[in-house]
Design a protein around this ligand. Structure first.
Ligand code: COA
Ligand code: ZN
Length: 321
């Protein structure tokens, strides 16, 4: 080895776990509050940068997360982990501040139709309402803005990159800490992700930039790879691959956290995650939600988890060629 050759630094990737918000909001049966608290506590020990614990939305709109206050009040907060919550409006922001969330994740869609379906208002009204939230919070807690349908809308189709960038620009101008561009219904493909990642880093170099993928069409891991190879260092994922959006027809699971982390880990990225510990938690998911989940590595094991060879292999080895 050439001692003069610079050692390539290991690239750090920061994961935000969204299973208890994006995942549980979409489950057919209410997940018991005790199970939610226990899961967040277990995830807090795995090395995540951030956990999106719940949402402070209308309990009529998202009944599965109607226990948001209780969950936030009972979780044990691990040092170094940020506990974030999704907030759709001022009422939600007040509840989130009361619960001592580390970050408020505001949400609106860059598709007019999806915004009307999900948040019951046109985009301009959402922008005005979220601007009011940002003024109200006044720097007391960091704010992230998640822009839904950033890569396409299931009802409108194509969302031009320029349109996404214009909405992102408005929030950057309001002084938010970070932006998450969401592929809410799994419409992004890797070439589009690379273009988006480059444009985001060019326009918003001072902001925390996160990408949020769904595996609806099997492109989730390919999109994660395109994102990190284009310089993105923050990703959302959902344990077991749970997730969806109640107002997006055809939406299904987020990219599976443990599968994405396993892939990046194998490639030499530093995810900060204790993978065996995470897989042990992931293996509890079917029991928690009462059905099978899409994640694959929890079923197959890591690529380094080898299997004993069948007995006859040893006998065959001893035979002359
Ligand atoms: N927390 C608790 N209750 C809330 C609330 C909040 N953040 N925002 C509104 N409400 C209540 C109101 O008090 C009202 O209750 P009432 O019927 O008992 O009087 C009811 O919800 C309707 O309020 P309104 O202001 O008319 O809101 P809306 O019906 O237009 O709904 C949203 C707007 C955004 C609050 C609602 O659609 C929502 O929470 N959507 C969830 C979006 C989401 O999380 N999607 C998935 C993630 S992308
Ligand atoms: Zn999502």
């Amino acid at each position: 080895m050439n001692p003069m050759r610079p050692v390539t630094p290991v690239k750090r990737i920061y994961f935000n776990e969204v299973a208890t918000r994006d995942g549980f909001q979409n489950e057919p049966c209410f997940i018991a509050t005790d199970d939610k608290v226990a899961l967040v506590d277990a995830l807090g020990e795995c090395g995540y940068a951030k956990i999106e614990v719940t949402s402070f939305t209308s309990p009529k709109a998202i009944p599965m997360l109607r226990d948001a206050e209780e969950v936030m009040g009972r979780i044990h907060r691990a040092p170094g982990v940020e506990y974030s919550v999704l907030v759709p409006n001022l009422r939600g922001a007040e509840r989130a501040l009361e619960s001592r969330a580390d970050e408020l994740n505001l949400v609106m869609s860059v598709s007019e139709t999806h915004n009307l379906a999900n948040l019951r208002m046109p985009r301009d009204k959402s922008l005005a309402a979220l601007s009011e939230v940002i003024r109200h919070v006044d720097g007391a807690t960091p704010i992230n803005v998640s822009l839904s349908c950033g890569f396409g809308c299931p009802m409108e189709g194509d969302v031009p990159q320029g349109e996404l960038l214009r909405w992102a620009e408005r929030f950057a101008g309001l002084g938010v800490r970070g932006l998450t561009i969401c592929d809410t219904t799994g419409m992004a493909h890797p070439a589009q992700v690379s273009r988006m990642a480059e444009a985001l880093q060019q326009h918003f170099s001072g902001l925390q930039l996160t990408l949020h993928f769904h595996n609806t069409r099997g492109m989730g891991l390919a999109n994660v790879l395109a994102a990190v190879q284009s310089g993105i260092t923050r990703l959302d994922g959902s344990l077991g691959g749970l997730g969806g959006c109640p107002y997006a027809p055809g939406a299904s699971g987020n990219v599976t956290s443990e599968d994405a982390i396993h892939m990046l880990d194998a490639m030499g990225y530093d995810t900060g995650i204790n993978l065996p510990q995470l897989l042990a938690v992931a293996r509890l998911m079917p029991q928690i939600v009462g059905h099978d989940v899409p994640g694959q590595v929890a079923k197959a094991g890591r690529i380094t988890d080898l299997h004993p060879a069948p007995d006859f292999v040893a006998a065959l080895r001893g035979q002359p060629a």
